[in-house]
Write a protein that binds this ligand. Structure first.
Ligand code: HEC
Length: 270
């Protein structure tokens, strides 16, 4: 600490004594008891004078005194003016990365249920390239229209879709080119109707194919799960492996005979 200059100490002492009514040092600006006002009058007379003396200026604080005594160089002054980083800031800053991770995890939607056929099926529809020919929502394009109930009209049985997907137009249709329901509203579909031919997907994972079929029938086309009593979203969520086994039984059939699907266990023959 810088030493407090003598004259300031004296002023402070004078102010103190003035307040308490005691004698002030001789050289202080405080009134002396020798003043006429003080000697001639009663104690009451000296009171105003004392007050007046105490009033003049707000007494400088010790800090003011110190800084006046030795002015800081600009850098130090600036450093002193600058707001201090609070002591808890370091802890808060250190915790930020942890907070960020927790925050991001909290705002993420909960991970899709591993067994959600709509999520798996939609992903497969895009990843396998189906959307490229059939449109993002199954609205049709190079490929046939799949939405608005169309896929369910063509195939009454979800397992027949598995046969079609596995073999494609080449092995999935009958010898006369028809595929799906022969009693379909509007007549059976035929591979000669559209310009291109649907490729087969013999390497598709059976669980993925099961989800894809359910996604197209229930979500894309708005079908009622109750109409697929052996092969619907509820069954998939409860036991995906059971549906994958049914798909595998279908894809193990010979090509070129879609009607053989009716003999597979779980097939929904009407
Ligand atoms: C290269 C284009 C192309 C791709 C890729 C393709 N399809 Fe097709 N799809 C067709 C065509 C064309 C038809 C009509 C039948 C034919 O002419 O072969 C068809 C027919 C269908 C049908 C029968 C619809 C009906 O009511 O007649 C279904 C179901 C189907 N596709 C699903 C799929 C799925 C699922 C995928 C992806 C795994 C897929 N397609 C990939 C072109 C394609």
């Amino acid at each position: 600490m810088t030493e407090i200059p003598e004259h300031l100490l004296k002023r402070a002492a004078a102010a103190r004594s003035a307040k308490s009514g005691a004698d002030a040092p001789a050289d202080s600006p405080a009134p002396s008891v020798d003043t006429p006002a003080a000697t001639s009058g009663a104690p009451a007379a000296s009171a105003p004078a004392v007050k007046a003396a105490a009033a003049p200026a707000p007494l400088p604080t010790l800090e003011d005194a110190a800084s006046k005594a030795k002015p800081d160089i600009p850098v130090v002054a600036a450093a002193k003016r600058r707001k201090r980083v609070p002591f808890w800031a370091a802890a808060v800053l250190a915790g930020l990365p942890v907070w960020a991770v927790v925050y991001v995890a909290a705002i993420q939607p909960p991970p899709a249920a591993a067994n959600d056929p709509m999520v798996i099926g939609h992903d497969a529809f895009v990843a396998e390239g189906c959307s490229g020919c059939h449109g993002a929502n199954g609205e049709g394009g190079t490929g046939a229209v799949l939405n608005e109930g169309e896929i369910n009209k063509t195939f009454a049985d979800p397992l027949s879709v598995a046969y079609w997907l596995h073999f494609g137009a080449d092995g999935g249709a009958r010898a006369d080119g028809t595929y799906g329901d022969l009693t379909r509203e509007g007549g059976p579909h035929n591979i000669s109707t559209l310009a291109g031919l649907m490729p087969g997907f013999p390497d598709m994972d059976p669980t993925e194919m099961a989800a894809l079929i359910i996604y197209m029938r229930e979500e894309m086309s708005g079908g009622d799960p109750a109409e697929d009593p052996n092969f619907n979203s509820e069954h998939f969520t409860a036991d995906p492996a059971a549906l994958a086994a049914m798909v595998e039984a279908v894809t193990a059939l010979e090509a070129g005979n879609p009607d053989a699907v009716a003999g597979v266990e779980g097939a929904e023959t009407e």
